[in-house]
Write a protein that binds this ligand. Structure first.
Ligand code: PLP
Length: 376
């Protein structure tokens, strides 16, 4: 039977089981414990953040981030449109309204000029958004400096969704640590995983303390159970934090492996007419969490969807680039500023198998299958 090649699968190192065993041996089987504390500290060192709170998912982290940024029902929040729904769904948990912003072609991330123009227009109308959520997509940082400058000028807090970009750099630093709050994900498909999990980071200690408080049912400091506000059950398990500690130690290897995948794909397919890889911006390092490309059907002969289906028949999983959120039925009523670039990237964009555990034979199978589609 032909082996299935999946998009992005977990890849454990040597130490995860030891840390998990430690949790069992000490009976710290709870959403609190020494691995959670150590994971937070070690994560801070890796990304260069001052404080971090480990939580049950990236979505939970973003929900807390928005609440901590003071988002209230009816508020507007600017958000990248080319992304996974979890970048925007927490906006709606708070009964606020997302306003989507298009990407730029060079990074596929939010267009800093469009963002500045939109903030300028809104400032004139006296209708500034309450926060801006930017996404660092597919392992590549957005162009943070002009985004941060625009947000600072209009005094709108910046929240960074770096769920897909742990290990990336922007001018030598990790995305996720520039804004008021940043979030990361350890979902099973991410560059490192705890099966499910997330991290909220900030340089403001009070924000992170408050995140931990809200994530543990917002229990007041009293001998009995007392609550002055409603919180969530969002903390990361000590068992899973053990996996995270092991995974953090192999992050660099995982980045190198994913970048290697992309190099192999570029070498084998980069010269085929109509194929263009997601560019790597010159301001930093993309992890190539997923290797993404666009297919011009006029030059390549068939379109993205035909390529995807042909690969699927050969047990190779490839996926369309994110469907922009402004095209999602659930957000049909939401405003979008621009949108044509994200729509084009969705129409023509494909994510190739990108796991750090792909073998040379796997990569060869994928490149050969695509090359054969071209030559017919
Ligand atoms: C851009 C983006 N934001 C947020 C999330 C949510 O993270 P989680 O699955 O850990 O809730 C994901 C991935 O799952 C993502 O890709």
């Amino acid at each position: 039977m032909t082996k299935q090649i999946l998009l992005s699968t977990p890849h454990m190192g040597d130490l995860e089981q030891k840390f998990v065993q430690e949790a069992f041996d000490t009976n710290w089987i709870a959403p609190v414990g020494p691995h959670v504390d150590a994971f937070e500290q070690e994560f801070c060192q890796v990304v260069g953040a001052k404080h971090a709170a480990a939580v049950s998912s990236g979505t939970a982290a973003l929900h807390l981030a928005l609440e901590l940024a003071g988002i209230q029902p009816g508020d507007e929040v600017f958000c990248s449109t080319l992304t996974f729904i979890a970048s925007a769904s927490p906006i709606t948990y708070l009964k606020a309204k997302p306003v989507f912003i298009d990407s730029d072609r060079t990074t596929w991330n939010i267009d800093p000029n469009l963002l500045r123009e939109a903030l300028e227009k809104r400032a004139k109308l006296g209708k500034l958004p309450k926060a801006v959520v930017i996404v660092h997509l597919y392992g590549q940082s957005a162009d943070i400096d002009p985004i941060l400058a625009a947000c600072s000028e209009y005094e709108v807090p910046l929240i960074e969704d770096a769920a897909e970009s742990l290990g990336a750099t922007y001018k030598g630093k990790s995305p996720g640590i520039f804004g008021k709050i940043g979030i990361f994900s350890f979902n099973g498909n991410k560059i490192i995983t705890t099966s499910g999990g997330g991290m909220l980071v900030s340089d403001d200690e009070n924000i992170v303390k408050r995140a931990r408080f809200l994530a543990t049912q917002a229990r007041d400091n009293a001998p009995h159970y007392q609550h002055s506000v409603v919180g969530y059950n969002y903390r990361l398990s000590n068992v899973l934090a053990g996996i995270g500690r092991g995974q953090l130690r192999v992050l660099e290897d995982r980045v190198n492996a994913r970048r290697h995948n992309c190099e192999v794909y570029q070498e084998a397919l980069g010269k085929l007419p109509g194929i263009e890889f997601m560019p790597e911006a010159d301001f930093g390092r993309s992890t190539r969490w997923l290797t993404c490309l666009t297919i011009d059907p006029a030059a390549f002969g068939v379109d993205r969807e035909q390529v995807r289906l042909t690969l699927a028949k050969q047990q190779i999983e490839a996926r369309p680039v994110w469907k922009p959120l402004h095209l999602q039925p659930v957000f049909a009523e939401c405003e979008c500023i621009g949108g044509a670039i994200a729509e084009d990237l969705f129409d023509r964009g494909l994510c190739l198998p990108s796991g750090s555990n792909l073998t040379a034979e796997d990569l060869q199978r994928v490149t050969q299958a695509i090359a054969e589609i071209y030559t017919g």
